[in-house]
Ligand binder design. Structure first.
Ligand SMILES: Cc1cc2nc3c(=O)[nH]c(=O)nc-3n(C[C@H](O)[C@H](O)[C@H](O)COP(=O)(O)OP(=O)(O)OC[C@H]3O[C@@H](n4cnc5c(N)ncnc54)[C@H](O)[C@@H]3O)c2cc1C
Length: 374
């Protein structure tokens, strides 16, 4: 490794989508970065998630960031030289009762009043035009036409590849142990020696709170293990990315014909051992909901199920923030099970903060000191 790569402009801890995206956007601005990853890019949540690129259900504070991200997704190939398997086939939230339809209507008006007009309400007939195989009892829904899904591992590796093509360094299999700052320089101690840079970025995912704690910034973050399962290839059953309103379900059929079923049922995670344990009862219940909403799935064969390790903040939105205790340090972690779709924009925003000291995207809601204030 060259001496300049050992002392870059920026050190990034964590090579998931947030870290690799930050390295790409910094590289485009001519700022050198060293990404230090204890495993390999995409080993954790960024490579094993459901690939949903979704704005429906985002908290109002996340709407500007998710709007920017969706804009980048629609031109992702020009950013990372790979289309990342992005399919903008629309995201639908289905109402199974009139009461659920009322909730969707309220959400629709809330989002409209905030100035965003990307959602459209669907009546019973319009829902069936989009999704002919939806169950008879479903009464309508809401659709975000530009949303969709992408291939998570392919996306994260595409960002890593592009970062390297721009001259950035990604160290794999190297674990950050301690960070400290003296005389305006960060020293990052790892199990493979020390690295130094004037700027530090913490994109350590479900381990991000451990890095921030070293700066005296303790945050309430829980380690969770969202689960997914996938069927064998099937004839077309589902056209877009579907979700339920009051039950836990997210479901999509990807181009190879397999159906990915999830939505948020959790197993258990051990983040020190970097392992997860599945809860098959919950998976079975998740599959039951899927067959109730799409009866053609009855008899589908589940060929694989898995879980990933994710950090969930107490208020379910990420930390995207300058450090409040140390200069020249930025955090972006705890994406609370919806950070994949935000990744392309998070890297851009962090690169703007580092390079220009500001961004047009409002980040107040994501400040790291919000919990202390509360
Ligand atoms: C099953 C599942 C389904 C999901 N579905 C969706 C979805 O459909 N849509 C969506 O938007 N989001 C989804 N998510 C959430 C999404 O995957 C995450 O929010 C996102 O990938 C987080 O990216 P990250 O870069 O912050 O974290 P990660 O991908 O976890 O990357 C952090 C990296 O930091 C490294 N690291 C940590 N500590 C250190 C250290 N000390 N030294 C060196 N390296 C370190 C880790 O090894 C890891 O690779 C899902 C998550 C899961 C688990």
């Amino acid at each position: 490794m060259s001496e300049s790569a050992r002392s870059p402009d920026v050190i990034i801890i964590g090579g998931g989508i947030q870290g690799c995206s930050t390295a790409v956007h910094l590289g485009l601005k001519g700022v050198s970065a060293l990404v230090i990853e204890k495993n390999y890019p995409g080993r954790h949540a960024s490579g094993v998630n459901a690939g949903g690129v979704n704005r429906i259900g985002r908290f109002p504070s996340e709407l500007p960031l998710s709007a920017l991200s969706l804009e980048i997704w629609h031109d992702i190939e020009s950013l990372v030289d790979d289309d990342c398997g992005f399919v903008p086939n629309g995201r639908v939230k289905i109402a199974e009762s009139d009461a659920e339809m009322e909730k969707l209507r309220a959400r629709f008006h809330l989002v409209r009043n905030l100035g965003h007009d990307y959602e459209r309400l669907l009546d019973r007939h319009e829902l069936r035009e989009l999704e002919p195989d939806v169950a008879e009892h479903c009464v309508g829904g809401i659709v975000a036409p530009g949303c969709g899904h992408a291939n998570p591992f392919r996306t994260t590796t595409a960002f890593a590849r592009k970062a390297r093509a721009l001259g950035q360094t990604i160290l794999e299999g190297v674990r950050v142990e301690k960070v400290s700052r003296a005389a305006g320089v960060w020293t990052v101690r790892t199990d493979s020696g020390n690295f130094q840079a004037p700027v530090l970025v913490n994109t350590a995912g479900a381990w991000g709170d451990r890095i921030s704690a070293q700066m005296g910034e303790e945050v309430p973050m829980e380690t969770i293990a969202p689960m997914l399962m996938v069927t064998a290839r099937m004839p077309p059953v589902i056209r877009g990315v579907m979700g339920a309103t009051d039950r836990i379900l997210s479901i999509k059929q990807v181009p190879n014909g397999t159906v990915i079923i999830g939505g948020g049922y959790r197993g258990t995670a051990d983040r020190d051992a970097e392992t997860t344990v599945l809860d098959y009862k919950k998976l079975a219940y998740n599959a039951k909901i899927a067959t109730e909403m799409f009866p053609k799935l009855k008899g589908a064969r589940i060929v694989r199920s898995w879980a990933g390790i994710e950090g969930r903040m107490a208020d379910a939105i990420p930390v995207i923030s300058p450090s409040m205790t140390e200069e020249s340090c930025f955090h972006a972690f705890g994406f609370s099970a919806h950070g994949f779709n935000l990744g392309p924009a998070v890297g851009r925003v962090l690169s703007e903060l580092i390079n220009a000291g500001q961004t047009n995207i409002p980040l107040e809601a994501f400040r790291i000191d919000r919990f202390a204030k509360a």
